[in-house]
Write a protein of this length. Structure first.
Lengths: 551, 106
């Protein structure tokens, strides 16, 4: 876990006191809403459809059990008993009172959390692989570098008023679980020919109105130069990014307009000025931060404990859950467990206060007290002994956190949509719920196989629809909810943007359209093809034909 | 350029909750209790009341919405405003009826 030093704690405490004063001045009439709005946004407080919404940063999706209990407490004491885990690995509370917000922030500060830089045109909470530190295929733990970036970017005076918001994602594994190619900057760790670990630096990816796959501007960056290189990129963007047009203000537009070669040249020139300066990361500093993420005291276990193997044979439901929700761990005898926040017909990413408390207890009992939040809106216990899996699973079933659907069509990403969000054009959650119910049969889900359905309620694409194998985008047609469907998107190391199938579907017809797409796939797939494999082989036409044949 | 009956909605400053402007310069949570403006003079008058409520730090960001009237029931025309009036469709237990009359909830 990261740790605040005195300096961090002081900064966060001072910010809470400052915001308390700002809220008091707003309520007393000393600040107008126009004056106050940027101040509250700098503290993660939005005014949404029904109330204030507080977005709390979860640094690269990492939580201690103590922190999760605090989030449960906030949900219970200040909200309506639940929170919503987001595609940015954060949590949002939907029913917050303005005057209680300073108290909430003060409570968060006691567990080294805050809502700083969860809004506004600054560097947002850095995101990372949710299996960081435990993935069997990992080169190095991305949390180390995410934490270094977090310390550098928090309150960075030069980058507090960028042309637009800025998102950085880090993966330490060849298999990209952090969607680095659709971020403003993506960092992918790999080894050069000499066997040294460093970063491929990708820039200008993003979703939203203009989806773009990021371009590589530096194939290999030694770790010691990480911050100076990021600083050079941000400087070029800060200087040349457009401030006159909101829709053209992201770095992807700048990279496109000047061209990737010219952009790279500008960054490299800037970097030459600063590369050996104070931002160079000494090996000792990297090691100091690595110490925060030292492996827990693992025990020496057999990789196939007899009790676990017997439970697998005995209990079909347990075996099915292990197959979908349990991932190989780098240590023998341990496993990574994904807790599904996608019960059949449920709200993707929502967790109640009781569930959060229970997960914190389970983390303490079975996983060294740590929890991860995934950008796919699930929770993870990273370090569970295989011998404990059966007991853990039984408890998760009671908590409705054991739906065996991770990576399957029931594991749907959905933004809050028009049910909560002031920007949305259509609802997302009810569409996810209906699809989830329609595909509820678990045997059928397994037969369909890996299928990522992602739903956004507007073009801002918080629900990542552009990179869904099946993407669904809510649009407003003369006051009615319609849904545009895309196929073939992907957010992993072979990232691609989905293709629009054709005219949008009504709210009544969109679930049927998804059914038709799945049925078409099942009819034409060959061998062990996943949905995405089939799509990449046959393209849009066969799906289009089935979808619009009757129209 | 009103095309039909309109009411004023806003969010309460202190808790952000959705409110509607009712008779007597009161802000209420039930859309059905809203004061309806049927012409430009009436919307101008309501907007002036809303501006005073903003200055008095009672509400933020007031605006006019179109409603349809069925007897003494009021329903916002746009679906977004229906959701604001009744609460998230995914959590009906946190919602409130939108088919509310001037005399009370049905």
């Amino acid at each position: 876990m990261y740790r605040y030093d005195n300096y961090d704690q002081t900064l966060v405490d001072e910010r809470v006191a400052q915001f308390r004063g700002q809220v008091a001045r707003r309520v007393a009439g000393d600040l107008t809403e126009d004056e106050f709005k940027p101040l509250r946004l700098m503290n993660g407080l939005y005014l949404q459809l029904h109330a204030y919404m507080l977005r709390v940063a979860i640094p690269y999706g990492t939580l201690s059990s103590k922190q999760l209990r605090k989030l449960a407490h906030i949900a219970r004491r200040y909200d309506k008993g639940y929170g919503h885990f987001t595609t940015r690995q954060n949590i949002q509370f939907n029913w917050i009172n303005l005057e209680e917000t300073p108290d909430i922030l003060a409570e968060l500060a006691t567990v080294e959390m805050h809502a700083i830089q969860t809004s506004g045109n600054c560097i947002r909470n850095v995101t990372a692989d949710h299996f960081a530190g435990v993935a069997a295929d990992e080169i190095e733990d991305p949390r180390i570098y995410s934490e270094i970036i977090r310390q550098w970017s928090t309150f960075h005076p030069e980058f507090s008023f960028l042309p637009r918001k800025f998102k950085i994602a880090v993966t330490g594994s060849p298999h990209d679980r952090a969607a680095v190619k659709v971020h403003d900057i993506g960092l992918r760790m790999h080894r050069n020919e000499a066997g040294e670990a460093g970063f491929e630096v990708l820039v200008g990816g993003g979703q939203g109105r203009t989806p773009v796959i990021a371009k590589t501007i530096r194939p290999f960056l030694p770790k010691r130069h990480l911050l100076s290189y990021l600083e050079a990129i941000l400087r070029i963007y800060n200087q040349l990014g457009r401030r006159d047009n909101l829709y053209k203000s992201r770095i992807k537009i700048l990279v496109d307009s000047v061209g990737v070669d010219r952009f790279t040249q500008l960054v490299e020139e800037e970097w030459q000025q600063i590369r050996d300066g104070y931002l160079e990361l000494p090996a000792a500093e990297i090691e100091r931060i690595r110490g925060y993420f030292a492996p827990p005291p693992y025990r020496a276990f057999d990789d196939k404990p007899a009790d676990f193997e017997a439970q697998l044979r005995r209990d079909f439901r347990f075996g099915r859950w292990v197959r979908t929700n349990v991932t190989p761990h780098k240590r023998p005898g341990y496993a990574i467990v994904t807790l599904s926040l996608k019960p059949v017909g449920g709200i993707p990413g929502d967790a109640t206060d009781a569930q959060m408390d229970a997960v914190a207890d389970l983390a303490d009992r079975y996983s060294f007290g740590e929890i991860r939040v995934t950008h796919e809106q699930n929770l993870v216990l990273t370090d569970v002994a295989k011998s404990d899996l059966y007991a853990l699973w039984q408890r998760l079933v009671e908590l409705e956190l054991a739906t065996p659907n991770i990576g399957l069509a029931g594991d749907i990403i959905a933004c809050p949509g028009l049910d909560y969000c002031a920007l949305a054009n259509a609802r997302s959650i009810p569409v996810a719920q209906r699809i989830s119910r329609q595909l509820g049969d678990l045997t059928r889900l397994l037969d369909i196989g890996e299928l990522k359905i992602k739903i956004s309620g507007c073009i801002n694409a918080c629900g990542h629809h552009h990179v869904g194998h099946i993407g669904i985008l809510g649009v407003d047609k003369k006051g009615e909810e319609f849904y545009q469907v895309t196929l073939g998107g992907s957010a992993d190391e072979n990232a691609s943007l989905g293709d629009i199938v054709g005219p949008a579907f009504s709210a009544d017809n969109v679930v049927g359209a998804v059914e038709t797409i799945i049925d078409t796939y099942l009819t034409v797939r060959q061998g062990g093809e996943r949905f995405l494999d089939t799509y990449r082989r046959i393209g849009l036409a066969p799906f289009k034909e089935k979808l619009y044949a009757a129209h | 350029m009103a095309t039909g009956p309109q009411v004023i909605t806003a969010n309460r400053l202190r808790d952000g909750r959705v409110v509607f402007l009712a008779e007597g310069e009161r802000w209420v949570e039930a859309v059905g209790q809203s004061q309806v403006a049927n012409d430009e003079a009436a919307t101008t008058a309501l907007s002036a009341i809303a501006d005073r409520a903003v200055a008095a730090r009672e509400v933020v960001a007031p605006y006019l919405i179109e409603v349809t009237r069925d007897g003494d029931r009021l329903t916002p025309r746009r679906y977004r405003e229906v959701l604001r009036a009744i609460g998230p469709s995914t959590h009906p237990e946190f919602g409130r009826p939108n088919t509310v009359t001037a005399t009370g909830q049905e």
